[in-house]
Write a protein that binds this ligand. Structure first.
Ligand code: GN1
Ligand code: MG
Length: 384
């Protein structure tokens, strides 16, 4: 290991210890590792020694995260949302596994210092999947996100802060892209001419979910808004879903936001940044399994318009994310963590290839949605 790397590691360990102290974590600090998770925040697993009083000791772990305040401009509000939501979930199902954010001596669930905005929560032993085609796992992921939405269905969405304004407003995302292509501060727009042309050609369909909401045809709910399959923790061995994590974007939203975002991630046959567009495709098996799981939890509470919007929402969310990756590319990669200057462009291309395949398979996707919506609505009626 290089000397400079060792020094950096020691500094990080000291910093994480200081953060642990602020959150009043007992026991000596033992070690840490960075968890390569997410494209926005930085996450560390920290391990402490806990003595049991009878001569032996074990390690207890926590997660420490530095919030990306470029993405989240009002992190205190984000932490207030998380407090409300985790507390509601805990009260509704005290036996469930859930995230718990620790507090400082002055009852705040975050600290801010010259190194950034930090929080600390329990570490839940579990497995996660960045990609998975096993229908049992995918169905359980659908159940986990559906359950999350259903548990919060009577929660007053207006009491939550909107932590990233217009997060899933696809029209606003397109307008932002228009503006940034026009300004083109780094002269990068020319590299993306093909991608820009495609996104502009499907603008109205990509904005379908947003337009339906603006026309008053879809209800506002409390949604997760970032439903990548790796935001579900599963029990090791059984693959039972334990809990949904990454609650940064929990705020008022649409059922289709959670469904569509999950599909565009989980049902993509390749990684989100696969450079080979020919390998990108919508895996209908994964779509089927997620849809079944999600609707088994939500069918009784969704309106007809919501059900009808689900299949197309996958297309909307894939295009929306493509505009976001492309926009970040044009502006110089300020928002998403990247491995180099072309990374966001590769990601945008991948979402576009996926969106195209979704269009080819839209009828099949919608047929599956309709079938499971009917099946579970009938089941719930019979149960009553
Ligand atoms: C970001 O950081 P992560 O992976 O949880 C982003 C999502 C995108 C996703 C794409 C707050 O999520 O909206 O869909 O990257 N989160 C935020 O990988 O912008
Ligand atoms: Mg996230």
């Amino acid at each position: 290991m290089q000397e400079s790397q060792k020094t950096e590691d020691r500094e990080t360990a000291r910093l994480l210890q200081r953060i642990g102290q602020a959150f009043r974590i007992p026991g000596p600090f033992f070690s840490y590792e960075e968890i390569k998770m997410g494209n926005v925040n930085r996450t560390y697993k920290v391990n402490y020694v806990v003595e049991d009083g009878a001569g032996s000791a074990h390690l207890k772990s926590y997660l420490v995260q530095r919030i990306n305040t470029y993405a989240f401009r009002t992190p205190e509000q984000l932490m207030s949302n998380i407090e409300k939501v985790t507390e509601t979930l805990r009260q509704k199902a005290p036996g469930d596994v859930y995230l718990h954010f620790h507090h400082t001596a002055d009852r705040k669930n975050y600290i801010v210092d010259e190194t950034g905005f930090w929080r600390l929560c329990n570490y839940i032993p579990s497995v996660t999947f960045n990609s998975c085609s096993d229908p049992r796992v995918v169905r359980n992921a659908g159940k986990a996100f559906g359950h999350f939405q259903t548990m919060l269905s009577d929660y007053d969405a207006s009491s939550l802060f909107c932590t990233i304004p217009d997060f899933h407003d696809t029209r606003v995302r397109y307008d932002t892209l228009d503006r940034d292509i026009e300004a083109d501060p780094l002269g990068r727009a020319k590299d993306a001419a093909r991608e820009i042309d495609y996104l502009m050609s499907v603008r109205d369909l990509a904005c379908r979910l947003t337009d339906l909401f603006r026309q008053g045809k879809l209800p506002l709910r409390v949604t997760h808004n970032d439903t990548k399959i790796n935001n579900v923790l599963f029990e090791e061995g059984t693959c039972r879903p334990l809990t949904v994590i990454d609650l940064d974007t929990v705020m008022p939203g649409l059922a289709g936001h959670d469904f569509g975002d999950a599909i565009r991630f989980a049902a993509n046959a390749v990684e989100e940044d696969c450079p080979d567009e020919d390998r990108v495709s919508l895996d209908l098996n994964v779509f089927w399994a997620f849809t079944e799981g999600f609707l088994s939890e939500t069918a009784c509470s969704l309106t007809k318009n919501e059900v009808d919007s689900l299949a197309v929402s996958s297309f909307c969310l894939a295009c929306e994310l493509a505009t976001r990756f492309l926009d970040d590319y044009i502006l110089g990669d300020k928002y998403f963590k990247t491995s180099g200057p072309g990374h966001n462009l590769v990601r945008a291309r991948c979402q576009i290839a996926l969106a195209k395949d979704m269009l080819r398979k839209m009828d099949a996707m919608d047929a599956l949605v309709q079938r499971y919506a009917r099946k579970f609505a009938d089941r719930d009626k019979a149960d009553k």
